[in-house]
Design a protein around this ligand. Structure first.
Ligand code: FAD
Ligand code: SF4
Length: 570
């Protein structure tokens, strides 16, 4: 299955093996396409290569911390990710080898996972459908271009991927957050159930619901046939999960693709650029640099899917400029690299929950609760556009806090046995407006070690996002006070774009080739056999975590491409 050189012309080439690339190869292979998956990083084998799995902190030299010198030399950006530690660091990109610039006065945390499986190994698995309020948002307030699709275009594809992935959650029939095909949710604790009741009574426009996550709480026969098993609620996911109980490329899409016998994988192959044939106006192949020895090679295919993550895909397109496309391949519109977005997680609120001292939880639920966006309907009186969702959850204070405090001996151990008061927290996840000036371009002369021009990122949150986060902190405080929680506090962080790890935009879809790179099927307006199905294709960010929508768009695009190929239009 793994190859290095190949003279074959593949039916399909997929670049990148993360969440979107995994789905693209599964779908192509199952349709009988001879498919090449090109991945810049090393092979990570399911189970065998989860080297941090099952290792408790006390068996690690620094109790799961990464030595400071190593962090500063190799992970000065990746260290900002909450999931970065000694048991997961091998799944993060090495910043030393992955230089990029930021415009003066701006910052961007570009979190990367450059190996087979990409960020599918590291993600937190929150999976929410988008609604028509999201697909209509740009049209209604004029920020960004109108999405060329609506919820109805995706609904069948959401269901298709959800049945395969396995999403736990509960039906709520909310207009702003359509229900998925659910497996049972994780339980709420007693104080969470109490807060749900109080909050929904005090704020009839708001709901506190189960987080929806790609976890097999009750695997179906379809999931068991994938070799996956039930989630054990141990919250060790980002070390890799040998049960395959959360969805990743390794646990789910890649095995299915491999089973068909149609898959070849070229690992350690850093895509430098796409090979364009001006006579046929087609991409005919891919130029790669070997990750290890820096030699060059080429692969050829009839259709190319870019799934290298939002900024990875756009970097490849920008670096594939040629005479016909001097500003980047498939960039006749001039918007390639523009309208970069993320989510804004900069507001929080917290409080003590009185009572419930004799209520405990066992196990470690790998996710929390969610307050869906209650500002989903536009309101001209609100001082900002769009809205935010909120993550939430309750925990026992000392069980959590003592993890991060120094201590030794009998007294400390006794303290550890006391769980402390119940606490409740809220964290906002705000929409970011698509703005032309938030953009990426190639540096004129700085290159990485593979000879690829570095990305220069110019991205900042706007006044709209600042006002939105102020509101989220105020609303958080007001909600927790009104339902009678104690010692309520709230505040703001100052994390830059990128910190949400939901990069979106830069090769957006649209109806009009003059203001968009892709059509409503993620196909380049300019070059028919070129598709981009990751977050680069997004026209707006909504408030929901985006990866479920990436998956739905990817399978829909493969279905479309296959039909276009059969009709000889590609
Ligand atoms: C800690 C964490 C928590 C997250 N939680 C959530 C969540 O709860 N819900 C959610 O929806 N999203 C979440 N995300 C984001 C989610 O992981 C990404 O949106 C998703 O993985 C993106 O999928 P992708 O296929 O576009 O890119 P990736 O999964 O990043 O995969 C891209 C692949 O392309 C490869 N590649 C890049 N450039 C090249 C090149 N030049 N040549 C060859 N290969 C290349 C990379 O090595 C990588 O394997 C989280 C991310 C992190 C890190
Ligand atoms: S919580 Fe579930 S998905 Fe996460 S590591 Fe444990 S068994 Fe795997």
């Amino acid at each position: 299955m793994y190859i290095k050189e190949s003279k074959q012309t593949y039916d399909a080439i997929v670049i990148g093996s993360g969440i979107t690339g995994g789905w693209a190869v599964k779908e192509f292979c199952e349709k009988g396409f001879k498919t090449l998956l090109i991945e810049r990083g090393r092979v990570v084998e399911h189970r065998k290569d989860y080297v941090g799995e099952g290792k408790p902190p006390w068996e690690q030299t620094l109790r799961s911390k990464v030595p400071r010198a190593e962090v500063e030399q190799q992970y000065h950006i990746q260290k900002n990710c909450y999931a970065f530690n000694d048991s997961t660091k091998h799944f993060f990109g090495n910043d030393k080898d992955l230089p990029f610039g930021t415009a003066k006065g701006t910052d961007f945390w570009w979190i990367r996972a450059n190996q087979l499986g990409g960020k599918s190994l590291l993600w937190h698995r929150f999976s929410y459908r988008w609604s028509d309020f999201d697909f209509n948002a740009n049209k209604l307030d004029g920020y960004g271009n109108d999405w060329p699709i609506r919820y109805q275009d995706l609904v069948r594809w959401y269901s298709y991927v959800e049945r395969h992935v396995g999403i736990c959650g509960q039906k709520e029939s909310l207009p702003q957050l359509p229900d998925s095909e659910f497996l049972p949710p994780f339980d709420m604790t007693a104080p969470e159930l109490y807060i749900k009741q109080q909050l929904e009574a005090a704020f009839p426009d708001r709901k506190l619901i189960h987080g929806r996550q790609a976890h097999l709480t009750k695997p179906s026969t379809h999931h068991l046939a994938q070799g996956r098993g039930q989630c054990q609620a141990r919250n060790e996911c980002q070390k890799g999960c040998s049960f395959g109980a959360y969805f990743s490329t390794q646990s789910s899409t890649l095995p299915d693709a491999a089973k068909t016998g149609n898959l070849h994988i070229a690992p350690n192959s850093v895509v430098h650029s796409l090979i364009y044939d001006a006579i046929s106006n087609r991409v005919k192949g891919v130029r790669v640099i070997d990750n290890d020895d820096l030699s060059q090679r080429e692969y050829f295919g009839k259709v190319v899917f870019l799934c290298a993550s939002t900024l990875g895909s756009t970097q490849i397109l920008l670096n594939s400029r040629n005479k016909a496309f001097p500003n980047g391949l498939a960039n006749r519109s001039g918007v390639l690299g523009h309208y970069l977005m993320d989510h804004n997680y900069n507001a929080w609120a917290r409080a003590e929950i009185p009572g419930f001292e004799d209520s405990f939880y066992s196990g470690r639920r790998p996710g929390g609760l969610y307050i869906p966006n209650f500002y989903f309907k536009p309101d001209p009186k609100r001082p900002f556009l769009r809205g935010y969702g909120m993550s939430a959850g309750a925990y026992r204070e000392d069980w959590k806090a003592l993890q991060h405090k120094d201590g030794i001996g009998v007294a400390f151990k006794q303290r550890l046995q006391k769980p402390g008061k119940w606490q409740f927290w809220l964290g906002a996840q705000g929409e970011m407006l698509p703005r032309f000036e938030n953009s990426v371009q190639l540096h004129a002369f700085k290159k990485d070690k593979w000879g690829i021009p570095q990305l220069e990122i110019n991205c900042r949150f706007s006044e709209n996002e600042r006002l939105m986060m102020l509101d989220a902190a105020e609303q958080g405080q007001a909600m927790l006070e009104k339902i009678g929680l104690e010692n309520v506090s709230s505040g703001l962080h100052d994390k830059p774009p990128g910190s949400g790890i939901h990069e979106l935009g830069t090769a957006r879809m649209g109806k009009d080739p003059k203001d968009s790179v892709l059509n409503g099927f993620n196909q380049s307006h300019d070059i028919p056999n070129l598709f981009v199905t990751d977050g680069a294709s997004f026209c707006s960010s909504a408030v929901q975590n985006p990866s479920l929508t990436f998956m739905a768009l990817t399978v829909r695009a493969v279905d479309y491409a296959a039909k276009e190929i059969a009709a000889r239009r590609i």
